[in-house]
Design a protein around this ligand. Structure first.
Ligand SMILES: [Fe+2]
Length: 250
């Protein structure tokens, strides 16, 4: 009787061990998958997750005819993904792995070119995808007032933004941003720099980004950057720009 009870307990314990190992294996697979840079999820921009490659918020052809599907696919799935993967590789095993993107950019001059270029490439494109949309909306009352106060009119703001985008030599980005003293400003940055970086001469919180790298427009517009910039205004997601403005002014 005692022997049988002992045997039953041993069998039960072994079963528990098997279940435990199986559970651990499932957890391991789940964690490996969660850390896989190929994994894509929606990302909440208010809590920017540096370890998540976000899903494109629309189909590749959603911004046709202004931005063509082929360009969108290559831009998102090749260029943006490569920046993300290289960024993750550059911060892996370092203190930066546990930092927020804002913390990384605030001291990016100490982090090295791989973090600066790929971290910027990752972040800037997320801002860019989210400030594009097929239904473009309109600037909020608050943002309109600030635009009029800063630039004189919406047309003058557009002109200033366009000039920043057109005159950026080589590759880079044009920005509408809120300065540290809560003023609106437009400007541009080279390569994958942005106004959150300590190396940038323009500083603030990005509201609206325009990618002026040739990879963003060459297939459709070739060397005609001004035509691409003009088309961009048809697909600005003003709801998102309004949300960022509200957030930046808090
Ligand atoms: Fe790009």
């Amino acid at each position: 009787m005692l022997f049988n009870t002992k045997l039953t307990i041993m069998k039960f314990t072994n079963k528990l061990k098997t279940i435990g190992l199986g559970f651990a294996a499932i957890l391991l697979v789940f964690n490996l998958f969660a850390g896989d840079p190929e994994n894509t999820k929606e990302v909440n921009m208010e809590k920017f997750d540096i370890h998540v490659f976000p899903a494109l918020p629309y189909a590749y052809d959603a911004l046709e005819p202004y931005i063509d599907a082929r360009t969108m696919e290559i831009h998102y799935d090749r260029h943006h993904r490569a920046y993300f993967n290289n960024f993750i590789a550059a911060i892996k095993g370092t203190q930066l792995d546990k930092s927020t993107i804002e913390q990384i950019f605030a001291k990016v001059s100490e982090a090295g070119d791989a973090v600066r270029n790929n971290g910027g490439g990752f972040y800037n494109h997320v801002i860019f995808w989210n400030n594009l949309s097929s239904g473009s909306g309109a600037p909020s009352v608050e943002l309109t007032e600030a635009i009029n106060k800063t630039f004189g009119s919406f047309e003058k703001f557009k002109e200033a933004f366009d000039n920043s985008a057109k005159t950026r030599f080589g590759s880079g980005w044009a920005w509408l941003y809120v300065t540290p003293d809560k003023k609106l400003a437009v400007g541009s940055t080279p390569n994958q720099d942005n106004p959150l970086m300590d190396v940038s001469p323009i500083k603030g919180k990005p509201l609206l980004a325009l990618d002026v790298w040739e990879h963003a427009y060459y297939l459709k517009y070739q060397n005609k950057r001004p035509e691409y910039i003009a088309a961009f205004w048809n697909v600005v997601n003003w709801d998102e720009v309004n949300r960022r403005y509200k957030e930046a002014m808090k």
